[in-house]
Unconditional design. Sequence first.
Length: 239
Amino acid sequence: MSESKNRVLVTGATSGIGEALVYKYAQSDIVTACGRNQDKLAEFESRGVSSSRFDMTDKQQVFDAAEKLEAHDIIILNAGVCEYIDNANKFDSALFERVIQANLIATGYCLEAFIPKIKKGGQLVIVSSSASFLPLPRAQAYGASKAALSYLTRVMQVELKDIDVTLVHPGFVETPLTNKNDFPMPCLVSVEQAAERIYEGVSKRKNEVHFPKRFTLFLKLFSLLPFNVWLPLAKRIKR
Ligand SMILES: NC(=O)c1ccc[n+]([C@@H]2O[C@H](COP(=O)([O-])OP(=O)(O)OC[C@H]3O[C@@H](n4cnc5c(N)ncnc54)[C@H](OP(=O)(O)O)[C@@H]3O)[C@@H](O)[C@H]2O)c1
Protein backbone atom coordinates (compact mmCIF):
# COMPACT_ATOMS: atom_id res chain seq x y z
CA MET A 1 0.00 0.00 0.00
CA SER A 2 1.51 3.34 -1.05
CA GLU A 3 2.46 5.70 1.78
CA SER A 4 1.44 8.71 -0.32
CA LYS A 5 -2.18 7.65 -0.41
CA ASN A 6 -4.52 9.36 2.02
CA ARG A 7 -7.08 7.40 3.98
CA VAL A 8 -10.39 9.25 3.51
CA LEU A 9 -13.75 8.60 5.20
CA VAL A 10 -16.97 9.99 3.70
CA THR A 11 -20.37 9.93 5.44
CA GLY A 12 -23.50 10.14 3.31
CA ALA A 13 -21.53 8.19 0.70
CA THR A 14 -24.44 6.19 -0.70
CA SER A 15 -25.98 9.04 -2.69
CA GLY A 16 -25.51 12.47 -4.23
CA ILE A 17 -22.48 14.57 -3.26
CA GLY A 18 -21.04 11.90 -0.96
CA GLU A 19 -21.14 9.22 -3.65
CA ALA A 20 -19.40 11.56 -6.13
CA LEU A 21 -16.76 12.31 -3.47
CA VAL A 22 -16.12 8.58 -3.00
CA TYR A 23 -15.49 8.11 -6.73
CA LYS A 24 -13.30 11.24 -6.87
CA TYR A 25 -11.12 10.24 -3.90
CA ALA A 26 -11.00 6.55 -4.89
CA GLN A 27 -9.01 7.57 -8.00
CA SER A 28 -5.99 8.36 -5.81
CA ASP A 29 -6.74 7.51 -2.18
CA ILE A 30 -8.07 4.77 0.10
CA VAL A 31 -11.70 5.46 0.89
CA THR A 32 -14.14 4.32 3.59
CA ALA A 33 -17.73 4.92 2.43
CA CYS A 34 -20.42 5.32 5.11
CA GLY A 35 -24.20 5.22 5.03
CA ARG A 36 -27.16 2.94 5.74
CA ASN A 37 -28.00 1.70 2.22
CA GLN A 38 -26.64 -1.87 2.27
CA ASP A 39 -26.91 -2.43 -1.52
CA LYS A 40 -24.92 0.70 -2.27
CA LEU A 41 -22.27 -0.16 0.33
CA ALA A 42 -21.99 -3.69 -1.15
CA GLU A 43 -21.51 -2.10 -4.59
CA PHE A 44 -18.64 -0.02 -3.19
CA GLU A 45 -17.06 -3.12 -1.62
CA SER A 46 -17.24 -4.92 -4.99
CA ARG A 47 -15.25 -2.00 -6.46
CA GLY A 48 -12.57 -2.17 -3.78
CA VAL A 49 -13.91 0.67 -1.60
CA SER A 50 -14.33 -0.36 2.03
CA SER A 51 -17.52 0.54 3.81
CA SER A 52 -18.97 1.18 7.24
CA ARG A 53 -22.70 0.89 7.84
CA PHE A 54 -24.32 2.94 10.59
CA ASP A 55 -27.23 5.24 11.28
CA MET A 56 -25.59 8.49 12.33
CA THR A 57 -28.56 9.41 14.53
CA ASP A 58 -27.87 6.32 16.68
CA LYS A 59 -24.99 7.23 19.00
CA GLN A 60 -24.12 3.62 19.81
CA GLN A 61 -23.94 2.68 16.11
CA VAL A 62 -21.65 5.67 15.43
CA PHE A 63 -19.30 4.68 18.27
CA ASP A 64 -19.30 0.98 17.28
CA ALA A 65 -18.41 1.98 13.70
CA ALA A 66 -15.62 4.32 14.83
CA GLU A 67 -14.11 1.68 17.10
CA LYS A 68 -13.50 -0.60 14.10
CA LEU A 69 -11.77 2.15 12.09
CA GLU A 70 -8.08 2.75 11.72
CA ALA A 71 -6.70 6.28 11.71
CA HIS A 72 -7.70 8.43 8.72
CA ASP A 73 -6.09 11.47 7.07
CA ILE A 74 -9.38 13.09 6.07
CA ILE A 75 -12.85 12.66 7.61
CA ILE A 76 -15.67 14.20 5.57
CA LEU A 77 -18.97 14.60 7.47
CA ASN A 78 -21.31 15.06 4.54
CA ALA A 79 -24.47 13.08 5.41
CA GLY A 80 -27.58 15.17 5.87
CA VAL A 81 -31.31 15.40 5.32
CA CYS A 82 -33.63 18.14 4.13
CA GLU A 83 -37.30 18.59 4.98
CA TYR A 84 -39.34 21.78 4.71
CA ILE A 85 -41.96 23.27 6.99
CA ASP A 86 -44.86 24.08 4.67
CA ASN A 87 -47.06 25.99 7.11
CA ALA A 88 -45.34 28.15 9.73
CA ASN A 89 -48.68 28.67 11.47
CA LYS A 90 -48.92 24.92 12.04
CA PHE A 91 -45.31 24.38 13.07
CA ASP A 92 -44.28 20.74 12.70
CA SER A 93 -42.03 20.13 15.70
CA ALA A 94 -41.56 16.44 14.84
CA LEU A 95 -40.11 17.40 11.46
CA PHE A 96 -37.99 20.08 13.16
CA GLU A 97 -36.62 17.52 15.62
CA ARG A 98 -35.83 14.98 12.85
CA VAL A 99 -33.82 17.48 10.83
CA ILE A 100 -31.95 18.97 13.80
CA GLN A 101 -31.24 15.43 15.05
CA ALA A 102 -29.81 14.27 11.70
CA ASN A 103 -27.89 17.39 10.66
CA LEU A 104 -26.71 18.74 14.00
CA ILE A 105 -26.95 16.32 16.94
CA ALA A 106 -25.69 13.39 14.84
CA THR A 107 -22.72 15.54 13.80
CA GLY A 108 -21.94 15.88 17.50
CA TYR A 109 -21.90 12.06 17.79
CA CYS A 110 -19.60 11.84 14.76
CA LEU A 111 -17.24 14.51 16.13
CA GLU A 112 -16.89 12.71 19.45
CA ALA A 113 -16.39 9.31 17.82
CA PHE A 114 -14.30 10.23 14.77
CA ILE A 115 -11.97 13.07 15.86
CA PRO A 116 -9.77 10.58 17.76
CA LYS A 117 -9.53 8.68 14.46
CA ILE A 118 -7.99 11.64 12.59
CA LYS A 119 -4.21 11.47 12.27
CA LYS A 120 -2.11 14.34 13.62
CA GLY A 121 -1.95 16.93 10.83
CA GLY A 122 -5.09 15.43 9.31
CA GLN A 123 -8.27 17.11 8.14
CA LEU A 124 -11.92 17.37 9.14
CA VAL A 125 -14.43 18.49 6.51
CA ILE A 126 -18.02 19.42 7.35
CA VAL A 127 -20.65 19.87 4.66
CA SER A 128 -23.11 22.57 5.68
CA SER A 129 -25.17 24.59 3.17
CA SER A 130 -25.41 28.08 1.70
CA ALA A 131 -28.95 27.98 3.17
CA SER A 132 -27.16 28.91 6.40
CA PHE A 133 -26.33 32.40 5.06
CA LEU A 134 -29.87 33.82 5.08
CA PRO A 135 -33.39 32.95 6.27
CA LEU A 136 -35.00 31.16 3.32
CA PRO A 137 -38.68 30.24 2.93
CA ARG A 138 -39.76 26.95 4.56
CA ALA A 139 -36.20 26.37 5.86
CA GLN A 140 -36.90 26.80 9.58
CA ALA A 141 -35.56 23.29 10.25
CA TYR A 142 -33.00 22.77 7.46
CA GLY A 143 -31.63 26.34 7.54
CA ALA A 144 -31.44 26.41 11.34
CA SER A 145 -29.65 23.04 11.42
CA LYS A 146 -27.12 24.22 8.83
CA ALA A 147 -26.61 27.66 10.42
CA ALA A 148 -25.85 25.89 13.71
CA LEU A 149 -23.61 23.40 11.89
CA SER A 150 -21.62 26.24 10.28
CA TYR A 151 -21.23 27.93 13.67
CA LEU A 152 -20.14 24.65 15.25
CA THR A 153 -17.59 24.12 12.48
CA ARG A 154 -16.20 27.65 12.86
CA VAL A 155 -15.66 27.04 16.56
CA MET A 156 -13.90 23.76 15.76
CA GLN A 157 -11.64 25.75 13.41
CA VAL A 158 -10.76 27.99 16.36
CA GLU A 159 -10.33 25.19 18.86
CA LEU A 160 -8.97 22.03 17.21
CA LYS A 161 -5.26 21.38 17.55
CA ASP A 162 -3.27 19.55 14.85
CA ILE A 163 -6.33 19.12 12.62
CA ASP A 164 -7.32 21.48 9.79
CA VAL A 165 -11.04 22.03 9.34
CA THR A 166 -12.79 22.88 6.06
CA LEU A 167 -16.36 24.19 6.09
CA VAL A 168 -18.28 23.50 2.87
CA HIS A 169 -21.19 25.70 1.77
CA PRO A 170 -22.69 24.27 -1.43
CA GLY A 171 -25.37 26.05 -3.43
CA PHE A 172 -27.89 23.86 -5.27
CA VAL A 173 -26.48 20.51 -6.39
CA GLU A 174 -28.47 18.02 -8.47
CA THR A 175 -29.02 15.04 -6.12
CA PRO A 176 -31.93 12.93 -4.78
CA LEU A 177 -32.18 15.54 -1.97
CA THR A 178 -32.88 18.41 -4.40
CA ASN A 179 -34.84 16.28 -6.90
CA LYS A 180 -37.72 16.60 -4.42
CA ASN A 181 -37.67 20.42 -4.60
CA ASP A 182 -40.69 21.93 -6.34
CA PHE A 183 -39.17 25.41 -6.82
CA PRO A 184 -36.60 26.86 -9.24
CA MET A 185 -33.00 26.18 -8.18
CA PRO A 186 -30.71 28.88 -9.59
CA CYS A 187 -27.17 27.97 -10.66
CA LEU A 188 -27.76 24.22 -10.08
CA VAL A 189 -24.50 22.23 -10.47
CA SER A 190 -23.84 18.51 -10.99
CA VAL A 191 -22.52 16.19 -8.25
CA GLU A 192 -19.29 15.81 -10.22
CA GLN A 193 -18.78 19.59 -10.21
CA ALA A 194 -19.54 19.71 -6.48
CA ALA A 195 -17.12 16.86 -5.72
CA GLU A 196 -14.41 18.55 -7.80
CA ARG A 197 -14.81 21.86 -5.93
CA ILE A 198 -14.76 20.13 -2.52
CA TYR A 199 -11.75 18.00 -3.50
CA GLU A 200 -9.80 21.06 -4.69
CA GLY A 201 -10.60 23.11 -1.57
CA VAL A 202 -9.78 20.27 0.81
CA SER A 203 -6.48 19.60 -1.02
CA LYS A 204 -5.57 23.27 -0.43
CA ARG A 205 -6.72 22.99 3.20
CA LYS A 206 -9.07 25.95 2.72
CA ASN A 207 -11.10 27.17 5.71
CA GLU A 208 -14.18 27.50 3.54
CA VAL A 209 -15.31 26.07 0.21
CA HIS A 210 -18.41 27.62 -1.35
CA PHE A 211 -19.83 27.13 -4.82
CA PRO A 212 -21.02 28.04 -7.37
CA LYS A 213 -19.63 31.48 -6.59
CA ARG A 214 -22.19 33.32 -8.77
CA PHE A 215 -24.84 32.02 -6.37
CA THR A 216 -23.03 31.92 -3.00
CA LEU A 217 -21.52 35.41 -3.40
CA PHE A 218 -25.00 36.79 -4.09
CA LEU A 219 -26.29 35.25 -0.84
CA LYS A 220 -23.19 36.34 1.09
CA LEU A 221 -23.68 39.92 -0.14
CA PHE A 222 -27.31 39.99 1.01
CA SER A 223 -26.33 38.49 4.36
CA LEU A 224 -24.11 41.55 4.95
CA LEU A 225 -26.93 44.02 4.27
CA PRO A 226 -29.57 45.04 6.83
CA PHE A 227 -32.28 42.38 7.20
CA ASN A 228 -34.86 44.87 5.90
CA VAL A 229 -33.25 44.61 2.46
CA TRP A 230 -33.55 40.81 2.38
CA LEU A 231 -37.00 40.44 4.01
CA PRO A 232 -39.18 41.65 1.08
CA LEU A 233 -37.11 39.60 -1.37
CA ALA A 234 -37.48 36.47 0.78
CA LYS A 235 -41.25 37.04 0.95
CA ARG A 236 -41.35 37.34 -2.85
CA ILE A 237 -39.41 34.09 -3.25
CA LYS A 238 -41.99 32.46 -0.95
CA ARG A 239 -44.83 33.55 -3.25
N1 LIG B 1 -27.91 18.87 -2.88
C1 LIG B 1 -27.80 20.14 -2.56
O1 LIG B 1 -28.23 21.05 -3.31
C2 LIG B 1 -27.12 20.54 -1.28
C3 LIG B 1 -26.91 21.91 -1.06
C4 LIG B 1 -26.29 22.31 0.10
C5 LIG B 1 -25.89 21.37 1.03
N2 LIG B 1 -26.12 20.05 0.80
C6 LIG B 1 -25.68 19.09 1.83
O2 LIG B 1 -24.85 18.12 1.24
C7 LIG B 1 -24.98 16.89 1.96
C8 LIG B 1 -25.28 15.77 0.99
O3 LIG B 1 -26.51 16.06 0.35
P1 LIG B 1 -27.01 15.33 -0.97
O4 LIG B 1 -27.73 16.36 -1.75
O5 LIG B 1 -25.91 14.56 -1.60
O6 LIG B 1 -28.11 14.37 -0.33
P2 LIG B 1 -28.60 12.87 -0.67
O7 LIG B 1 -28.32 12.52 -2.09
O8 LIG B 1 -29.99 12.79 -0.15
O9 LIG B 1 -27.63 11.98 0.27
C9 LIG B 1 -27.74 12.05 1.66
C10 LIG B 1 -26.79 11.04 2.26
O10 LIG B 1 -26.90 11.14 3.69
C11 LIG B 1 -27.03 9.84 4.22
N3 LIG B 1 -27.84 9.85 5.44
C12 LIG B 1 -29.03 10.48 5.64
N4 LIG B 1 -29.51 10.19 6.85
C13 LIG B 1 -28.60 9.36 7.43
C14 LIG B 1 -28.54 8.70 8.68
N5 LIG B 1 -29.51 8.82 9.62
N6 LIG B 1 -27.46 7.92 8.96
C15 LIG B 1 -26.47 7.77 8.04
N7 LIG B 1 -26.48 8.38 6.84
C16 LIG B 1 -27.53 9.14 6.53
C17 LIG B 1 -27.71 9.02 3.13
O11 LIG B 1 -27.31 7.68 3.24
P3 LIG B 1 -28.25 6.42 3.59
O12 LIG B 1 -29.61 6.70 3.06
O13 LIG B 1 -27.55 5.26 2.97
O14 LIG B 1 -28.21 6.35 5.07
C18 LIG B 1 -27.12 9.62 1.86
O15 LIG B 1 -25.93 8.95 1.51
C19 LIG B 1 -26.09 17.11 3.00
O16 LIG B 1 -25.52 17.43 4.23
C20 LIG B 1 -26.84 18.31 2.44
O17 LIG B 1 -27.49 19.05 3.43
C21 LIG B 1 -26.73 19.61 -0.33
